[in-house]
Ligand binder design. Structure first.
Ligand SMILES: Cc1cc2nc3c(=O)[nH]c(=O)nc-3n(C[C@H](O)[C@H](O)[C@H](O)COP(=O)(O)O)c2cc1C
Length: 408
């Protein structure tokens, strides 16, 4: 994720929540990823956290006082409002959300939020009743309607002893949302991208399953890239270790049959379909409802073929819908991928060498080829999955440009 934050100036607003201590981890991750982070604390934020940790982590003087800027032109609020690439308020109290919604400017942070035209991302943290109060909900809706971004809150145990929505969401989700908010590329605005991700667990009985090694990393990278380009993203997700980005709509589907059902339900609204899941080829048709007992004899399982989801979409799609597949191959990679491209009626297939140690299931990098209809295969260098996702959406932009104008 380093590239997203290189040379980016991020104003990190810390407000008066018990979760203020978590802003140190957020600041630290942003600095590691290349950002220049300027901490700003409200008087509440200062009560909870103080300035020393954030100043140490960011190497910047923390701003706490509106009138300090009179003596120090470097932190004059208009100058920083102009220089910032992003305002990230984490944690964001009900109070700062209300003030931002209604244009109150009674401290440095709220004043500068009015002065900036940089994207603003709030990560709310508060008691569930405060979060669910219509005043807070209306304030958030108003800010969203003006283009402000929100991430979280998470649901869980709160410091006040209650359980519900209101916890500051985890740092990785905040970084992900910050990367999305920072991205100016909006080539997929108004488009709905549907991605299948992960593997499947096909039950053998109620306690066992047949699975595969899909990690969900490629699906994650594709979803994040589509979100950064402004798309609405739905991920139909099989069991895997990497969950899709927080900003995606996620439909969890354990089996291939459930995955197909979820894809079918979503397909009519979709502009771009990407089949990145490692869909199980076979299933046990009627798995027993009781656990199979060991009796010392060999066990033979009869497997029935699963639906081919990419082929199904390839056949069912409308002319304006792009369909892209992934082919995980161990040998004769290009021949097998080319055959799948034609048979499944896809616009593009990404052929993956899953036998190489730096490519395939669970790795962070991939060796791949793009194969399109009526074009020469393109061999890609060793890429991170995030870089592959960028190149894939660059190809999507080319494919979209070739659609008849009425179908774009
Ligand atoms: C112990 C304690 C914990 C608090 N936690 C929160 C919180 O998590 N979220 C919130 O919105 N307000 C919380 N508050 C209330 C805010 O600190 C209060 O509304 C304050 O005016 C916020 O000011 P600020 O937004 O300028 O930082 C808490 C107050 C106390 C005393």
């Amino acid at each position: 994720m380093a590239r997203d934050f290189d040379n980016q100036v991020i104003v990190l607003g810390v407000t008066g929540s018990i979760a203020a201590y978590k802003s140190c981890e957020i600041a630290s991750r942003l600095v590691e990823a290349g950002a220049e982070v300027v901490p700003v604390l409200t008087s509440g934020g200062r009560e909870f956290l103080g300035t020393a940790s954030l100043e140490g982590i960011t190497g910047q003087r923390a701003i706490t006082d509106m009138f300090e800027s009179v003596q120090n032109p470097d932190i004059e609020h208009i100058a920083l409002a102009r220089r910032a690439n992003l305002f990230l308020i984490a944690p964001a109290t009900a109070n700062i959300i209300a003030k931002a919604a209604h244009g109150l400017a009674d401290d440095w942070l709220s004043t500068t939020l009015l002065a900036t035209r940089a994207p603003i991302l709030f990560a709310p943290a508060m008691n569930t009743m405060m979060y669910q109060h219509p005043a807070t909900q209306d304030n958030m809706a108003l800010l969203k309607s003006r283009g402000c971004h929100f991430v979280g809150p998470a649901t869980g145990a709160l410091a006040c002893g209650e359980f519900g929505p209101g916890r500051l969401i985890d740092t990785p989700a905040i970084l992900e949302a910050a990367a999305i908010a920072l991205c100016n590329e909006q080539s997929l605005r108004g488009k709905h991208v549907l991605i299948t991700s992960g593997g499947n667990h096909e039950p053998i009985d109620p306690v066992r399953y047949i699975g595969n090694r899909s990690s969900g990393k490629m699906g994650y990278a594709l979803a994040l890239e589509a979100l950064k380009r402004g798309a609405q993203v739905t991920v139909v997700c099989g069991p895997c270790e990497v969950r899709p980005p927080d900003a995606a709509i996620v439909v969890d589907t354990p089996t291939a049959t459930a995955m197909l059902e979820a894809v079918n339900a979503c397909l009519p609204q979709v502009d771009i379909f990407i089949a990145a899941a490692a869909v199980a080829d076979y299933r046990i048709e009627d798995p027993p409802t009781e656990k199979r007992k060991r009796n010392g004899a060999n066990l033979t399982l009869e497997l029935a073929p699963n639906p081919d989801i990419a082929a199904h979409v390839g056949a069912a799609r409308k002319p304006h819908q792009l369909a892209i597949g992934f082919a995980a191959e161990t040998h004769d990679i290009l021949e097998h991928a080319a055959a799948k491209l034609k048979k499944k009626n896809l616009d593009l297939i990404v052929a993956n060498d899953v036998k190489s140690v730096d490519s395939g299931f669970g790795t962070d990098t991939t060796r791949a080829w793009f194969l399109g209809q009526d074009v020469e295969p393109e061999a890609l260098p060793l890429l991170s999955k995030a870089e592959l996702a960028q190149r894939l959406f660059d190809r999507v932009a080319i494919l979209q440009a070739t659609l008849p104008a009425t179908n774009r």
